[in-house]
Ligand binder design. Structure first.
Ligand SMILES: NC(=O)c1ccc[n+]([C@@H]2O[C@H](COP(=O)([O-])OP(=O)(O)OC[C@H]3O[C@@H](n4cnc5c(N)ncnc54)[C@H](OP(=O)(O)O)[C@@H]3O)[C@@H](O)[C@H]2O)c1
Length: 365
């Protein structure tokens, strides 16, 4: 997939002399900024801590036939972005030495500025939301991004851009994991591990919406917030290990999986389902190999949920749940684009309750 943006520079105007009509004249050629539109973006050219992120100017992208040019108004900061920045294992699959995508950022909300010739569902001025992670090319930490028509949906008018930017990635993966992979049922005991973060706060509310009795596991500072969004029971993972408590769960949704698969198996009820969403490579490999074996040989199911990009109907459901107040985003803080590195640091320190969001201001002059 082509890069979303090409990197801009700050060339000086070019001066020179030209021979025109038999006379030498002094000429000034305008800089690239003048004849090409430059826009601000957070660029990441190497793996490392948040300090490697640079606020710079890049050429404004041009939409292909099936794309819309979106003026980004808000982007959420996801743990997946931070892991890519650090060069963790999944980032190295696509970019072994340096990041494959120079501008990170998955989910966003914004306004359509222009559309390619084959775009049917959107027109300039439409407010949209969407997740531009694989296979859509990332690039949302920027004032503008080009997005495939298939990655976008109309944003509900009742949502702010900041609220909308929290949903497309985290809420959809939570929904797909609980409903499709986990086959969640009313009355089940459901445990959400990592419940206080970007995905977990949606997962807790979605599990309540599906009628489950929900246990949220996270650090002590997040437990009051978890109760406030509907968790029936809360556990501080620094004090209690839920896999050793003797309690059994019908469904475990895990975004921070670092244990042995056998621990998860022990914590499941006889027909229970464990869904891996995030965690260490070692645990993922165990889930893929040992988990598959356990699932084939017994009644307990252990597997992973990978992101499915065909999700426009899911965004419609999530919009309805937002409007009815059943599933609402938990936004801890908003940062301007220029402070994206601070937002990443805040997430890295483990302080974020729910989501941190970047608000992208546009100078309308
Ligand atoms: N499967 C897929 O398709 C897919 C797609 C996208 C992302 N992901 C993955 O999903 C993962 C989570 O994303 P997220 O946005 O929800 O992350 P997040 O916002 O960082 O939330 C993680 C939460 O887990 C807590 N936590 C940390 N260690 C814990 C432990 N040992 N036990 C229980 N809770 C713990 C954290 O709290 P403290 O920091 O306070 O401890 C934090 O509240 C990422 O690893 C990402 O790569 C998967």
């Amino acid at each position: 997939m082509r890069p979303r943006h090409s990197q801009g520079t700050y060339p000086l105007p070019l001066y020179g002399i030209l021979r025109m009509k038999e006379r030498w004249v002094f000429a000034c050629f305008p800089s690239k900024q003048v004849w090409r539109k430059l826009v601000k973006a957070i660029v990441c050219t190497e793996y490392g801590p948040p300090d490697v992120l640079q606020l710079t100017e890049v050429e404004r992208p041009t939409p292909k036939d099936d794309e819309a040019l979106v003026r980004v108004h808000a982007v959420s900061v996801n743990a997946g972005d931070l892991e890519t920045l650090r060069g963790e294992w999944h980032a190295r699959f696509v970019g072994p030495i340096r990041p494959r995508y120079k501008i990170l950022g998955t989910d966003m909300a914004g306004r359509v500025e222009a559309v390619g010739g084959n775009v049917k569902r959107f027109q300039p001025g439409d407010e949209v939301w969407g997740d531009l992670s694989y296979p859509y090319g990332y690039g949302t930490f920027a004032e503008y991004v080009c997005a495939s028509e298939n990655a976008l949906a109309l944003k509900p008018a009742s949502m702010t851009f900041e609220e909308a930017a929290t949903y497309p990635h985290s809420a959809i993966i939570s929904l797909q994991s609980l409903r499709d992979k986990g086959q969640i049922q009313r009355g089940q005991q459901v445990l959400i591990n990592g419940a206080g973060g970007g995905m977990g706060t949606f997962a807790v509310q979605l599990a309540k919406y599906f009628g489950a009795e929900v246990t949220g596991v996270d650090s002590a500072m997040k437990l009051d917030m978890l109760r406030s969004i509907g968790a029936d029971h809360v556990l501080d993972y620094t004090q209690e290990d839920y896999t050793k408590s003797g309690q059994r769960y019908d469904l475990i949704f895990d975004v921070v999986a670092y244990r042995s698969v056998l621990d998860y198996r022990r914590a499941l009820s006889p027909e229970g389902v464990y869904v891996w969403v995030g965690g260490s490579l070692a645990t993922l490999l165990q889930v893929v190999f040992l988990g598959t074996l356990i699932s084939r040989m017994g009644s307990k199911k252990i597997g992973l949920n990978a992101w499915d990009a065909n999700n426009r109907e899911d965004l419609v459901l999530l919009a309805e749940l937002f409007e009815s107040g059943k599933v609402v985003p938990v936004i801890d803080r908003c940062y301007p684009l220029s402070e994206a590195a601070q937002a990443f640091r805040y997430l890295e320190e483990g302080h974020v309750l729910g989501k941190a969001v970047i608000t992208v201001a546009h100078n309308m002059t």
